[in-house]
Design a protein around this ligand. Sequence first.
Ligand SMILES: Nc1nc2c(ncn2[C@@H]2O[C@H](COP(=O)(O)OP(=O)(O)OP(=O)(O)O)[C@@H](O)[C@H]2O)c(=O)[nH]1
Ligand SMILES: [Mg+2]
Length: 446
Amino acid sequence: MGDTIVAVATAWAPAAIGVVRLSGPEAKHIVEKLWKGPSLRPRLAQVGYLVDRTGEPLDQAVCTFFPAPKSYTGEDVVEISCHGSLYVLRRVVELCVEQGARLARPGEFTMRAYLNGKLALDQAEAVADLIQAQSARAHRLALSQFRGKYYEKVRQFRQQLVEFLALLELELDFAEEDVEFASRERLRELLRTLLAEIKQLLQSYRAGQAVREGIPIAIVGRPNAGKSTLLNAILQEERAIVSDIPGTTRDTIEERLFLGGYELRLIDTAGLREKPADAVEAEGIRRAQAKLREAFLILYVFDASQESLSAAQKAAQLLLGSIEGLPLLWVANKVDLGAAGPLEGAVAVSAKTKQGLSELESAILERLGEAGLGGEVLLSHLRHYESFVRAQEALEGALGLLEAGGGTELIAEELRAAQHAIGEITGDITPDEVLGVIFSRFCIGK
Ligand SMILES: Nc1nc2c(ncn2[C@@H]2O[C@H](COP(=O)(O)OP(=O)(O)OP(=O)(O)O)[C@@H](O)[C@H]2O)c(=O)[nH]1
Ligand SMILES: [Mg+2]
């Protein structure tokens, strides 16, 4: 590493306080050249003045020195809290550079923390997520990953595999003697447990993705059912055009909204019908159907003054091709006009009078909870997902071989592959590209 890096650690906007951070062997030395105040002592916040080379004061500041290894990066770190003027912050960074520091690259502080063994790789990724978390759930997800509780378990998995593998290798060394060090029964048990856990994780990937990026919820139904009116009612703003002409919404409209700690992406779509009036509407319907497949939850809106729930379900079956396995929530709209038939099993609302809206919101939250979104531990990164898929394939291969009485050499090979895949997640094995991808997601100063 060698060099000393510097960056503004707080947001680049005028604020009461701004923090400039340095990390590296020269951090203390560099700051001392700009510092007029009590000498820097470990982990003690001290007040003084920052001055330029001519001794001209720049700002009053608080400096804190964190000697290696007890610092965020594991190197000598100095944090300078000055007034958060963009001019002052820029000058402080310039002065540090004049004295020999180098501007940090995005994520470089956290990368150093990782390289110095302060953070595991998945924790470093969680730092980026923590900074970017927009909703309470996304924050909780990042924090639980940061605290490493979950990945502790993943490390245990890997440890168990390593131990088994060692026994198998030993057997291979004593191949002529036909000994069995590793109990095949215990190995089978281990593989089954691991596979079950991994399956759960893979399922939670989609959920984790949705929590971090906003949960897609599509509003679909026939033209004129009141979908756009419902979107506006939930958002409490006149976002989408509403009219009594069927086929009003042509393109999909997406708006974000926070509800019960989740960030939702509500997607209003063109009304579905078999005979669109023109090519534009036909394209709108095609897009609606595409949104439907991405959605975590589908609000199927129907005009309850015109049709009963069972009639709406039949219509949906026709319009959507099949409703088998779709995450549908039935919304009976326009109940202010009365009901054409029984509505049990649907949430009754009037987008116009806003009656039933809070029940609808509770129903949405309940469904999200059932879909596993409220759970404590979720897999949230594509990188982890891909590694777990590879681990799964290898473990399934090993289990298959074991059950077919396959040779030790082949089983060991599969276990090696699984162990390698899991090792990539926690950073016990890190090809350089993986590191590059992870740390480029950071902002400068982290
Ligand atoms: N009485 C009553 N009228 C409603 C209600 N919701 C919507 N409407 C009316 O129904 C008509 C259609 O509403 P939209 O929200 O445009 O319907 P849509 O489902 O978005 O229609 P498309 O965009 O054509 O697919 C409008 O005249 C609305 O004012 C409701 O709860 N009660
Ligand atoms: Mg509409």
